[in-house]
Design a protein around this ligand. Structure first.
Ligand SMILES: [Ca+2]
Ligand SMILES: [Ca+2]
Ligand SMILES: [Ca+2]
Length: 226
């Protein structure tokens, strides 16, 4: 059984590859998870939760396996923001981190943001459908995150990589509850992005343009009931 508080999972894949004897033993993955490197020393499934986006461009967030070159989309916008097409002027707040607020080109799951086509969706009763997906990091491979953003006209397109200063990492993959540098409560690791801004405005480094939370707790198994 899994604990109810298990909101996000860091699961040793050995459990699902037939090593049943390991069910009662937690084998802790050694991971590096930062701007510099994303790497695990064993195959590890990690859950990603989309929190909110606040950029006026159409965003796509994913992972690149730097060893193989394979890219996987985790979440993508299907329109630039929730109220796109609504003639009411957006309230913006340049330079302010608006992650918990509903101004500044808000994007939410199911309205303008959906999971990638090739990822498993993880269902939670208290989470919107599609807001949590899982990804299997292969052992000893180097990964990076990317954020693509395209202007509504398609004229401007850019792709940012998490090894640049456009991504902020806060919290800890297995750290449970904590807060990010803006004082927002987070679970696990939070990665928040500056998307480069509109071509006329440029960067405002508000780091709310695309925000996800990753991991949270090590999955713990109870011994089988006899
Ligand atoms: Ca957007
Ligand atoms: Ca903002
Ligand atoms: Ca921004």
């Amino acid at each position: 059984m899994n604990y109810q508080k298990l909101r996000k999972t860091l699961l040793n894949i050995a459990i699902t590859t037939g090593l049943l004897s390991s069910l009662t033993t937690n084998v802790k993955a050694q991971e590096t998870f930062s701007n510099d490197h994303i790497r695990f020393n064993q195959d590890t499934v990690v859950e990603f939760e989309f929190i909110r986006s606040h950029g006026s461009y159409l965003a796509t967030f994913g992972i690149k396996n730097e060893t193989t070159g394979v890219e996987t989309i985790l979440f993508q916008e299907i329109k630039p923001y929730d109220s796109y097409g609504n003639p009411i002027q957006q309230t913006t707040d340049p330079g302010a981190n608006n992650t918990n607020e509903s101004i500044d080109y808000t994007g939410t799951i199911g309205k303008s943001v959906i999971p990638g086509d090739d990822v498993n969706i993880v269902s939670y009763n208290n989470k919107p459908d599609g807001s949590v997906v899982e990804f299997n990091f292969e052992e000893d491979q180097e990964y990076s995150f990317f954020l693509e953003s395209v202007s509504p006209t398609g004229q401007t397109s850019r792709k940012l990589i998490s090894t640049q200063n456009y991504a902020q990492f806060d919290g800890d993959l297995e750290g449970g509850n904590s807060s990010d540098r803006y004082g927002r409560n987070i679970v696990g690791s939070s990665v928040s992005w500056e998307d480069g801004g509109e071509i006329t405005e440029g960067n405002d480094f508000d780091y709310d343009d695309f925000v996800i939370e990753i991991g949270g707790f090590l999955r713990t198994y109870c011994p089988p009931i006899r």
